[in-house]
Write a protein that binds this ligand. Structure first.
Ligand SMILES: [Zn+2]
Length: 170
């Protein structure tokens, strides 16, 4: 998110090139805005050829189906974030087994860059119930996914998962 004023001393920030990169810098206290992509985690839990998706209860993409997951907390390991977010949204416990990959995307009207870490996971019990910012959850066969999928990265991840499973079947 671009800042206008220094979060330390409230002086107006000015653009400056540091090490070849343009940054917002405070001329008063020297604070530098090092902008990063927001780290997010997503979890793909397969059961009998079906994948659990969550219908978003909030904007952006309200009403669209999404890979369960969310933003990591500061200092939180992505695997821990995966367990926490999946439990919050689905009521189910998981254990991450493999990394499907990293996916770049943007979030919301501000189009903030996100770095999405996507795990494959094994289910470990719990009681299936939509919660947090999920309005509903549902198991979908990989070859019959819903049309309205939220976020480009989720579409990419699901396509990659489908390819890797079909590849393994051959
Ligand atoms: Zn300052």
């Amino acid at each position: 998110m671009p800042y206008t004023f220094c979060p330390q001393c409230a002086t107006r920030l000015s653009p400056r090139t540091l090490d070849g990169v343009q940054r917002l810098v405070c001329s008063e206290c020297g604070w530098v805005f090092y902008d990063n992509s927001l780290p997010c985690v997503g979890v793909l839990a397969l059961r009998e050829g079906k994948i659990l998706l969550a219908k978003r209860a909030v904007a952006p993409f309200e009403g669209y189906w999404d890979i369960p997951g969310g933003f990591l907390e500061s200092g939180e390991h992505p695997e821990e974030g995966a367990r926490r977010e999946f439990l919050e949204e689905t009521g189910l416990h998981i254990e991450p087994t493999d990394l499907l990959g990293f996916f770049m995307d943007v979030y919301g009207e501000e189009e903030e860059p996100t770095l999405n870490i996507c795990y494959l996971a094994r289910l470990r019990g719990g009681e299936e119930k939509a919660g947090s910012d999920a309005a509903d959850i549902e198991w979908f066969p990989l070859d019959a996914l819903p049309e309205r999928i939220a976020f480009n990265w989720a579409q990419e991840a699901l396509a990659l998962l489908r390819e890797s499973i079909q590849g393994a079947d051959r």
